[in-house]
Design a protein around this ligand. Structure first.
Ligand code: BGC
Length: 816
């Protein structure tokens, strides 16, 4: 086992879905699950190919209601590749005796390998090696190479290579009652002698999709020109090509694929683009070489060297690998957001939630222009968010909890509890805190990059409109002389109403209210001091923002209501402390897994709303997003006396009442415990980084990775334990580095230049890249502040700093 490969030995049908999701190859535009090329969706295998932002809406009849939902569409399966010997059966994993089966994900090169040997019913032994990539440099291209060696037989080998359009969206068992047919008007064509094409259209969004594949056959080292037989079956098109083999000889089929949609830029029409690409595309090995080069360049930015055990390093690499495959420079042009489950499966239908909150900081430290483009996805949907607010009788911008194509609310209003088989009302769309997360991301992107042009042209408008929304949501309560916010849901989705109440939502949700106070402060600052005066005036004019509104924001930042228990614990929401206590030991005894306690309770005929039991970190999000100084100051301005000493008590209180039903929960808990309970923080970190690798939510990884959990886990290393923070033109380091994690070494991009950061024990080393025209950077660790010129190194210890000038080069990540 190495840190750069993931190896799966044997074939385990029960684990195939997880393996397929972990072995996705993709490039931010296109991604394909690690399904076997000869497989179809059959309950074990699930071939899935997704293009970022390719959504479609369909209507289904569920529990007496017509429900329209929008999904990321599963596109035709370009992997389709099988073979047979003489007139034997087409190869399928269960049609032969598998002697060896091994799959390897090479994360450094973005290559998925499969090696197998099998014996067929006539006792013939065959060896097969497959390699596949989705090109990281040329986003429309993919390659699949299949090499077959006849070990002990002579005969005719026939390949079948093509594209299978007979697919639907059927990857998530819970959604199977929903209509999964998104593609219509399929057409197939033999576009050239070696190339077939399949095209279709999404039924509602009208996106044209075209996939073409070019197949070339080799026998040993020679290209052969076999007779090609065209094969069409419903919406499948393939070519069959035969070669004669004798013992020890090998046949190889190279399949190069091009995928285009009508959403592409710099394109005429998808069919023409797909076929045109293949007329020109290089062969498998040449494409692989440029693909590997592209990965090399991505890893030079994203590599996170850790000298901890190989399992931890492997998990860190895997998580960053899937980040880079979901969001890459190709994503930047696509007008897409951060899909919660990557481009890896169909859970949550490819929707965009608040998860970017956990993902963007890692991107900003390496490819800030990508963060900018992901924030623009939100800006383009500002009109929809305004419309949504207006429809509620409110002002400003109300961003949807779940977003897809145009920014309409895509949350489901009914969901199926697989434990009870019942369809239930779903009010989780009341998570208004999504708007705060968007404003927070905008503000922190600006803080980290100083991108004034972005703030001025796009970011400020979002911050102001979101603040306006929260100001209209809040009501002034005369009795309390405080602003209150009613009828919302927090990150803890278990509480969507008060016990026995029909009114959806809960009141004065602490995280929402405190973050609204934070938002009001930022918004006032942005419009009065941060923006250049003329831009501030312009925005006031365009948005018809009145001074009295800004005054209201100021008042809200001093008078929002925050509920507390009697003993100084922040109440998750008003009345939380009056809910019943849950007998956690009893549930842990009775159920092997209580992550989804909500489903268990409902199946038992109980209601999660009745209990002090949370799905994930909620109040604790405050300690994740705000420094303790910031939080104390916000609460002080609100008139609440809160001290740093109260923080551990809050953490303990909610830690004991959380089922960790989201992978985000471990990330947040590791973060908030890092300063007080390092050992427990490391336990949560260990759990966070393997959440998909080990499928800790038991069965959900196969439906798509949990991108925010994956990336948030790695982010713990850099921003939490190493304490790297870029803000206001300064690179700050405040390490709380757990010795057991060994040495961390990574390179961030700061002010457009690579800066190497190495943390080991109590020492932090920062080294800037040499070269002319690079500005000096200000670097602060504890009381020490150093200005580093190009090619300079500084060593800080938690006690003192030593400026080494052009000092010795620290060990490279490879040596770790
Ligand atoms: C979590 C949300 C998250 C969503 C998508 C849910 O299970 O509760 O916080 O945004 O998954 O990842």
């Amino acid at each position: 086992m190495t840190a750069w490969e993931l190896l799966f030995e044997g074939f385990d049908p029960a684990d195939e879905g997880r393996r397929e999701a972990l072995c996705v190859v993709g490039n931010g535009y296109l991604a394909t699950r690690g399904a076997a090329p000869e497989s179809v969706a059959d309950g074990v295998h699930y071939p899935g190919t997704y293009v970022a932002g390719c959504y479609n809406r369909v209507t289904s009849r569920i529990a007496g209601h017509d429900i329209e939902d929008e999904s990321m569409v599963n596109l035709p399966n370009w992997l389709l590749l099988t073979f047979r010997i003489d007139d034997g059966p087409w190869f399928a994993p269960d049609s032969a005796e598998l002697l060896e089966h091994e799959q390897e994900l090479d994360m450094e090169r973005g290559l998925l390998l499969r090696r197998l040997r099998f014996r067929d019913a006539r006792g013939r032994t065959t060896r097969l090696v497959q390699r596949r990539f989705v090109h990281l440099g040329s986003p429309h291209l993919a390659g699949l190479e299949t090499t077959i060696v006849a070990e002990d037989w002579s005969g005719r080998l026939t390949f079948r290579s093509g594209i299978d359009g007979r697919i639907t969206n059927a990857g998530v068992a819970r959604y199977r009652a929903l209509n999964g047919r998104h593609l219509i008007e399929h057409g197939t064509e033999e576009a050239r002698p070696d190339t077939v094409l399949l095209h279709a259209r999404t039924s509602q969004s009208g996106i044209l999709v075209a996939e073409a594949c070019r197949s070339t056959v080799w026998c040993d080292a020679e290209v052969v020109e076999p007779t090609r037989t065209l094969c069409r079956q419903d919406d499948l098109i393939a070519q069959q090509m035969s070669v004669d083999l004798t013992p020890g000889r090998q046949a190889r089929l190279e399949k190069i694929v091009s995928v285009h949609t009508s959403r592409d830029l710099a394109a005429t029409e998808p069919r023409e683009e797909a076929v045109g690409d293949l007329a020109d595309a290089a062969g498998f090995d040449d494409l692989l070489a440029t693909h590997v080069l592209a990965w090399d360049q991505v890893w030079s930015r994203y590599r996170c060297g850790l000298s901890a055990d190989v399992e931890a390093r492997q998990a860190v690499n895997l998580n960053l690998f899937h980040l880079a495959q979901t969001l890459s420079t190709h994503t930047a042009d696509l007008d897409v957001g951060v899909p919660a489950r990557g481009l890896h499966g169909e859970a949550y239908r490819g929707h965009v939630f608040w998860d970017e909150l956990f993902v963007l900081p890692t991107i900003t430290l390496r490819t800030p222009h990508l963060t900018r483009s992901l924030l623009l996805y939100r800006h383009r949907r500002l009109p929809q968010a305004r419309l949504a607010a207006r429809r509620e009788g409110l002002t400003g911008a109300m961003y949807p909890w779940q977003s897809g194509s145009n920014g309409r609310e895509e949350s489901q209003f009914m969901h199926l509890n697989p434990e009870s088989g019942r369809w239930l009302r779903d009010d989780t769309h009341l998570q208004r805190h999504i708007g705060i997360a968007i404003a927070y991301n905008v503000w922190h992107y600006y803080q980290a990059t100083g991108d004034e042009e972005f703030l001025s042209s796009f970011g400020a408008e979002m911050i102001l409109e979101i603040t306006r929304f929260f100001a209209s949501l809040a009501r002034y309560d005369h009795g309390r002389d405080r602003y209150v916010i009613r009828g919302v849901v927090g990150p803890d989705e278990y509480h969507t109403a008060y016990p026995g109440s029909d009114r959806p939502g809960i009141d004065n949700h602490a995280y929402t209210n405190i973050m609204t106070a934070w938002l009001c402060r930022v918004a006032v600052d942005v419009v009065t001091t941060v923006l250049p005066t003329e831009r501030g005036d312009e925005l006031m004019e365009t948005l018809r923002l009145r001074h009295r509104e800004i005054d209201r924001w100021r008042r809200m930042s001093r008078k929002l209501f925050v509920p507390f228990h009697d003993d100084g614990v922040i109440s998750q929401f008003e009345g939380y402390e009056r809910l019943a206590e849950l007998d956690w030991d009893d549930y842990r005894r009775r159920y092997p897994d209580i992550h989804r306690l909500d489903r268990i309770l409902e199946a038992e005929g109980r209601d999660p709303n009745d209990f002090q039991a949370s799905k994930q970190a909620d109040v604790l999000m405050l300690f994740y997003l705000l420094s303790s100084d910031e939080l104390i100051e916000i609460l002080r301005d609100l008139g609440y006396d809160f001290t740093g000493e109260q923080i551990p008590k809050n953490i303990e209180y909610y830690l004991g009442r959380t089922s960790h039903g989201s992978t985000l929960s471990s990330v947040v808990h590791a973060w908030v415990l890092a300063r007080s309970h390092r050992a427990r923080a490391v336990e949560f970190f260990d759990r966070a980084i393997v959440s998909d690798l080990h499928d800790v939510q038991k069965g959900t990884t196969q439906e798509g990775i949990h991108l925010a959990g994956m990336v948030g886990g790695v982010d713990l290393l850099q921003r939490c334990f190493a304490g790297i923070e870029v803000r206001e033109g300064v690179l700050r380091l405040d390490p709380h580095w757990p010795a057991e994690l060994g040495v961390l070494e990574l390179t961030i991009r700061y002010h457009h230049q690579p800066v190497l950061v190495r943390v080991s024990g109590r020492t932090v080393t920062v080294r800037t890249a040499p070269g002319p025209r690079r500005p000096a950077i200000r670097c602060v660790c504890g009381p020490e502040s150093v200005l580093l010129g190009p090619g300079e190194t500084v060593h800080f210890s938690t006690r003192a700093a030593s400026h080494a000038g052009r000092g010795p080069t620290p060990a490279s990540a490879d040596e770790l």
